[in-house]
Design a protein around this ligand. Structure first.
Ligand code: CTP
Length: 413
């Protein structure tokens, strides 16, 4: 089941060069299970053909208020059915039209005829983007609740570089997922760690492990998609999902410091990182030279971050560990659950094909502190993330009042 299964999205495409990227947004939305109704303005059709969206979306592209024998008043039907209207790309003209309430064509009429949230993804040249008129229009529509995603800095049409490039399709779809999230984790503070730590030997070498960070990143992405406020402490920041606050670390000690800072506020902590258990006792500042012969590297134990978090767990916090095992899966994981004072542990047998390190898939047994357990068969790491957060979410204190969250929050560190 997709993250947007059955959700109705009107995709309004206006006349910017970035219209070609809206094709990718459309495809991703449909892949996520959304019902996408495309509307194109006349100028958008100068950029991309209506047939492209008709082929990819859930229904044919609409371009006009008139001449549709099946839907004589399409703007009201589309506006009433929509759960979200996304304008992608949004030109300076449509932003101005939204501000003034102008109804000039099917898209502007639909925006007026809907009670659903409206999201705009601006795309224009830097000079246009920086115009006081454009900025003021955006400020006004944002203050009325219109969600603004992007733009970013990057390459623009004609080879220029600057602010005004439309947000990436992945970012836009993540913002849509957050806006339409079922919301069981809305405004919940979630801390996730991911990736293998690297413990330096000298200036260029390190002791590491094979963790790809994929399972932790999938948990972070899923939590953000459900509306949580996510902090991701990761050794693979370049692969982090959008919509989460990223804290980049390299060593176990850096991860421990970041966790000590972030964990006290978190309501759910998922420790998916493969933390090195040992590090070189000394780090040689320069590069060790081959002609000096093979060095002997003395290893010393690192701190057990999860056990420390367990010892200092604030009341109400749900603490989740992962256990990578090659034998006695349940017994070993249950022992870690008790020793580290966890609420649940997600155990995987990494000796099985397709399970754990570097794979896109995983197979796990989720063990709860009350002794119950359930098996999640081999599936995509995002599905495993869903099962983990279902179980963790069920342990949350439901009496806590939740604060409102900004679904467009894209902050990254
Ligand atoms: N963990 C941690 N700090 C460490 C080692 C592990 O926080 N120094 C966490 C991992 O992120 C994981 C859990 O503890 O959530 C279990 O990790 P695992 O490597 O399976 O267990 P270990 O405690 O390291 O025990 P062993 O290596 O003997 O299996």
């Amino acid at each position: 089941m997709g993250t947007l299964s059955g959700r109705r999205v009107v995709l309004g495409v206006t006349g910017g060069i970035a219209a070609y990227k809206a094709v990718e947004v459309c495809r991703r939305l449909v892949d996520a299970g959304a019902h996408v109704s495309p509307i194109m303005t006349d100028r958008a059709r100068e950029m991309v053909g209506a047939a492209t969206f008709s082929a990819l979306a859930s229904e044919p592209t609409r371009t006009s208020l008139f001449h549709d024998p099946d839907t004589p008043i399409p703007h009201t039907v589309l506006g009433q059915q929509a759960e979200l209207v996304v304008i992608c790309p949004a030109t300076a003209r449509i932003i101005s039209d939204i501000r003034t309430g102008r109804s000039a064509d099917l898209l502007t009429a639909t925006i007026l005829a809907t009670r659903a949230p409206v999201m705009v993804c601006p795309a224009m040249h830097t000079e246009m983007w920086e115009q006081a008129s454009v900025q003021e229009n955006l400020e006004v529509i944002a203050s009325r609740g219109v969600l603004i995603v992007g733009p970013e800095r990057g390459r623009l049409a004609g080879g220029d570089l600057g602010e005004g490039r439309m947000a990436d399709p992945e970012t836009i779809v993540a913002a849509i997922e957050r806006t339409l999230a079922p919301g069981d984790l809305v405004a919940r503070r979630v801390l996730v760690t991911a990736g293998g730590t690297r413990e330096p030997i000298d200036a260029v070498r390190y002791v590491g492990n094979r963790s790809s960070g994929k399972q932790g990143h999938a948990v972070a992405a899923e939590a953000a998609a459900r509306g949580a406020d996510v902090v991701l402490v990761t050794t693979k920041p370049e692969q982090a999902p959008t919509g989460v606050r990223v804290v980049a670390v390299e060593t176990a000690a850096e991860m421990a410091t970041a966790c000590a800072l972030e964990a006290p506020d978190a309501e759910i902590v998922v420790m998916a990182a493969a933390v090195a258990d040992f590090r070189p006792a000394e780090i040689v500042e320069k590069k060790l030279k081959k002609h000096d012969g093979a060095p002997s590297v003395e290893l010393v134990a690192t701190a057990d971050i999860l056990a420390d978090l367990g010892a200092r767990k604030p009341s109400g916090q749900v603490l989740v560990g992962l256990a990578a095992e090659t034998d006695d899966l349940v017994a070993n994981a249950a022992e870690k659950l008790r020793r580290k004072k966890l609420d649940m542990i997600v155990a995987n047998d990494v000796s099985k094909p397709g399970v754990g390190f570097e794979h896109e898939t995983n197979e796990v047994i989720v063990l709860m502190a009350d002794g119950t357990r359930h098996h999640v068969p081999l599936s995509d790491k995002r599905d495993i993330a869903r099962a983990v957060l279902d179980a963790a979410g069920a342990l949350l204190d439901t009496d806590r009042p939740s604060s409102p969250v900004d679904p467009t929050n894209q902050e990254q560190e």
